[in-house]
Ligand binder design. Structure first.
Ligand code: AMP
Length: 395
């Protein structure tokens, strides 16, 4: 047996998962949060044991890793016998530098840190997590797996913003995309599920979670994706606006006196479903719409309209389409949203079967009619497993 520990580190929290790579199953997972606050919180789930929760002060990430190690020691599995071969770290922004998973040394860490300008909320937090994890696990390789690297295959025509070329080059302004581990995992799972060669499939992946993005995958390769320089562009999200005319910002600055910081918060934290309905959680919006709330329904219509636009765009970019696949919290769980998003696309050969789409299920499945030209699937994503696979591959 060999195991990989996957770390997803935020500024005041990190999630972890220990994965047995022979069976690709989870041995344990957990969360350490409210790091640096008066009272921190940790949760540890070991397969076959009861979940353990603790509330205690966790001053920094290093202390957080000590809490995690203590939880492994107390509840298992024992890391000393798990044959831990590597630690895989999720990193949001790899810029144009990192084309794939990369073993972390001091130089790589400095490059991840230098990319913080492009991901100010994420990369500094990853650096903190990586430093703490390297201190706790000095004897195994640490690997960075980037959300952006799957999209490094996009052609220049897809990733270039039509602005001054020299300015764009100087400041690294281009589309990078995100959710790469999910798009890669799910698009490969499609080929496996359908038992068809990946190389011949044209697929649109709709990753619909609190963050949401669409990806056009041609033969296993990302050729376009909806997120941009940052994860703000594209689909309507829980709290993010997605696509918007940039002139809205000039207008709000000039007319409403809003500062750059206020506009950043507006578009990233107070827009999307939250901005339109007052609630960023899709379950609540859906329930409200079912109960007859016209505001919630109008917001869902915007959400659907945006997705349909990307589906049409990506059919054109791919030059055809075999599969649409839904994944992540909303995509996996909401038949109503899946049906709403693809309604009216029957003329393109995209036809959902309510008898397959409506029942709740946790497994990969087909939800299109037998006659649908395009196969519509639901496939649960597993970003941690994808990170662990890429980590193992590179060591
Ligand atoms: P994620 O970011 O992938 O964890 O997805 C979180 C989003 O999934 C939240 O907006 C949840 O409200 C949404 N979600 C989870 N379950 C459901 C469901 N049954 N119906 C609608 N949305 C759901």
């Amino acid at each position: 047996m060999s195991a990989v520990l996957v770390i997803n580190s935020g500024s005041s929290s990190f999630k972890y998962q220990l994965i047995d790579m022979a069976t690709e199953t989870e041995l344990a997972s957990g969360l350490v949060e409210r790091i640096g606050e008066a009272s921190g919180h940790a949760r540890h789930n070991a397969a076959g044991s009861d979940r353990v929760e603790q509330t205690l002060p966790i001053p920094d990430h290093t202390a957080g890793f000590a809490v995690m190690l203590a939880a492994f020691a107390a509840t298992g599995p024992q890391l000393s016998t798990a044959n831990l071969v590597a630690v895989g770290h999720r990193v949001v922004q790899g810029g144009s530098i990192f084309q794939g998973p990369t073993v972390i040394d001091d130089e790589v860490l400095a490059q991840i840190s230098a990319l913080s300008d492009l991901a100010p909320l994420h990369n500094p937090a990853h650096v903190q997590g990586i430093n703490a994890a390297r201190a706790q696990f000095p004897d195994v390789p640490h690997v960075a797996v980037f959300d952006t690297s799957f999209h490094q295959t996009m052609p220049a025509s897809a990733y270039t913003y039509a602005i001054d070329t020299a300015l764009a080059a100087e400041y690294g302004i281009r589309r990078y995309g995100a959710h790469g581990s999910s798009h890669k995992f799910v698009s490969e799972a499609v080929a496996e599920f359908l038992d068809r060669p990946l190389a011949e499939l044209k697929t649109i992946v709709l990753h619909l979670g609190n963050g949401a993005s669409a990806c056009a995958v041609d033969g296993g390769v990302s050729i376009d994706t909806s997120m941009g320089l940052t994860p703000l562009q594209g689909l309507v999200m829980g709290t993010r606006s997605g696509d918007i005319d940039p002139a809205v910002l000039f207008h709000l600055h000039r007319k409403a006196g809003m500062s750059i910081e206020e506009l950043d918060v507006l578009l990233n934290k107070k827009s999307g479903m939250l901005g339109m309905t007052g609630n960023g959680d899709m379950r609540d919006v859906e329930d409200a719409a079912i109960a007859g709330d016209a505001v919630a329904q109008a917001a869902l219509d915007v959400y659907y309209h945006r997705i349909r636009g990307y589906v049409g765009n990506y059919i054109a970019q791919l030059g055809g389409l075999d599969v649409i696949v839904f994944t992540a919290g909303i995509g996996e769980n909401s038949g109503i949203i899946r049906a709403g998003a693809l309604a009216g696309l029957e003329f393109l050969g995209i036809e959902i079967d309510p008898a397959k789409n409506d029942p709740f299920s946790r497994v990969a499945r087909v939800i299109s009619t037998d006659d649908s030209k395009v196969t519509v699937l639901v496939i649960p994503t597993n970003e941690e497993l994808e990170i662990a696979r890429q980590t193992l591959a590179v060591i």
